[in-house]
Write a protein that binds this ligand. Structure first.
Ligand SMILES: Cc1cc2nc3c(=O)[nH]c(=O)nc-3n(C[C@H](O)[C@H](O)[C@H](O)COP(=O)(O)OP(=O)(O)OC[C@H]3O[C@@H](n4cnc5c(N)ncnc54)[C@H](O)[C@@H]3O)c2cc1C
Length: 461
């Protein structure tokens, strides 16, 4: 009997039958990469409903020497959630809200809880969980933790790493690390939860988390500004923060990206300009916020920082501004030409230099190529895509990627700001990570997962 068949028979003896899925039609959607970058494969899928079941699975897989790939909502953008022969462990049946503590400003949820459901649970308790990103209708807390997700509110609330108070995780040998606490202060040695944040499933399975909650803002405003250059965007960013004290998001979009997104049904843009800035403001006082934002925009126009600007006059208008931004990826992906995307960050002050140098490199390597640049300029994270001019253009995607990453690194930046390394960026991690840091990461991996069974294809080339 093969190791896989033996494992399956032991799992069948030990687990609720609902936790074992062998029907290829039910498994297929879990093997499909979100951006169509190939199908994965797995002998079967496991969908436990409790931490105890995850623990039994991990112990049995470990005893059989069979590798595992954990999966949440399958929205990851670097391929880490798609198994290539490993057993697929889906957290989709673990979605419970375990508890809310208003005084401690904390919510505890299962790792398979979908982000929008966590938003709703927090709102129902009169609080807010601020992580927000376009995949929030599918992405799970376990996946968001494992990729240390960012999104549009990093400027004000930080990344997932800043929003997690405690973690429950099952280690490769099946032991359960119970760190589900809502403590703000705990100096008792290594902060082990941080190991699992951004680990991409390489150290164990996150089964639950305690997350920080915040008050619901009363004042809320969304504005859009038309800009000539990225330098103007930085000037506006600084003024918006200084003059309102309420800036929660600052996103930029270049004209080509806006044109492609606005070509999608139901998407509109208020301006045609080389760059647009989308700003979101939040505060505890509605009236003061609106007058502050109006004064900010009037001053920015008067002093030439932006050409024109408008404040959304209704919730519907605010949603329309945001949908333009959220559909930037969909807009350029709809164009059937070879393209290559990046998720770089630089110090915020270096964003204009990054964009200039990247555009020059793309033009040198692929004359006539177009670029889409958009993203979280407020924290220095630009999503930068180069697109071939035609479908049959001999597009040097790998050379472009190397050049874009070299430019980000030369400016003190990172080749992966928020999506992670996964499988797609392993080679580049080996090229850019400090050798001592990489060796330390490998030592941690070996200590926790000595047989290399946890998501063995991510991070390390
Ligand atoms: C339209 C769109 C917009 C996006 N926008 C953003 C954005 O603005 N900012 C951003 O940061 N990301 C963004 N992403 C990326 C993506 O949503 C995040 O990577 C998300 O955190 C993944 O969550 P998931 O539940 O889908 O995880 P999956 O895709 O299922 O898994 C991601 C990784 O985490 C591991 N993993 C999943 N669950 C667990 C677990 N319980 N324990 C251990 N390991 C686990 C997987 O093995 C894999 O390596 C976007 C994606 C899409 C499709």
């Amino acid at each position: 009997m093969s190791a896989i068949a033996h494992l399956l028979s032991r799992l069948r003896a030990d687990l609720d039958p609902a936790a074992i899925i062998t029907d290829p039609a039910l498994i297929a959607p879990h093997l499909e990469e979100w951006r169509g970058r190939g199908m994965g494969s797995t002998p079967f899928m496991l969908a436990p409903s409790t931490t105890a079941e995850v623990s039994r699975i991990m112990r049995l897989c470990s005893e059989s020497g069979v590798p595992i790939t954990p999966q949440g909502g399958n929205t990851g953008l670097v391929g880490g959630q798609i198994p290539q022969g490993e057993v697929l462990l889906s957290l989709r049946r673990m979605q419970a809200v375990r508890g809310i503590d208003i005084t401690a400003a904390a919510i505890t949820v299962d790792a398979g809880a979908i982000l929008t459901n966590v938003h709703s649970a927090a709102l129902a308790a009169g609080r807010r969980f601020p992580l927000s990103l376009a995949s929030e209708g599918s992405a799970t807390i376990g996946g968001l933790i494992s990729t240390n997700a960012g999104g549009v509110h990093v400027l004000r609330f930080g990344m997932m790493r800043d929003l997690v108070l405690g973690i429950e995780a099952v280690l490769p040998d099946g032991s359960v690390l119970n760190g589900l606490r809502a403590l703000r202060k705990d100096n008792t040695g290594y902060d082990l939860k941080q190991l699992f944040i951004g680990a991409e499933g390489s150290l164990g399975v996150v089964t639950a988390a305690t997350l920080r909650l915040f008050p619901i803002p009363v004042g809320h405003a969304v504005a859009m500004a038309a800009l000539e250059t990225p330098e103007q965007a930085l000037a506006l960013l600084q003024r918006a923060g200084d003059e309102t004290g309420a800036l929660a998001a600052f996103e930029i979009m270049n004209r080509h990206g806006v044109e492609l997104a606005a070509a999608l049904p139901g998407v509109r843009t208020p301006f045609t300009a080389p760059w647009l800035a989308l700003m979101e403001f939040e505060s505890a006082h509605e009236a003061a916020l609106l007058s502050d934002v109006e004064a900010l925009l009037a001053g920015a126009i008067d002093s030439g920082v932006c050409g024109d600007a408008t404040i959304a006059q209704s919730k519907q208008a605010a949603r329309e501004f945001w949908s333009l931004r959220e559909l930037m990826s969909a807009g350029h992906r709809a164009v059937r030409v070879p393209q290559v995307s990046h998720d770089t960050s630089t110090p915020v002050s270096a964003v204009p230099a990054f964009l200039r140098a990247a555009d020059a490199a793309v033009e040198r390597l692929a004359p006539g190529a177009r670029t889409v640049a958009f993203g979280h300029a407020g924290d220095g994270n630009i999503h930068y895509t180069a697109m071939a001019p035609t479908a049959d253009y001999p597009f040097p995607a790998e050379q472009i990627s190397r050049a874009v990453h070299d430019i980000a690194a030369s400016l003190g930046g990172s080749i992966s700001a928020e999506h992670g390394i996964g499988v797609f960026r392993r080679g580049e991690l080996a090229r850019f990570k400090d050798p001592v840091a990489l060796a330390t990461m490998k030592a941690v991996k070996t200590a926790l997962d000595p047989h290399g069974l946890m998501n063995p294809r991510v991070l390390f080339a």
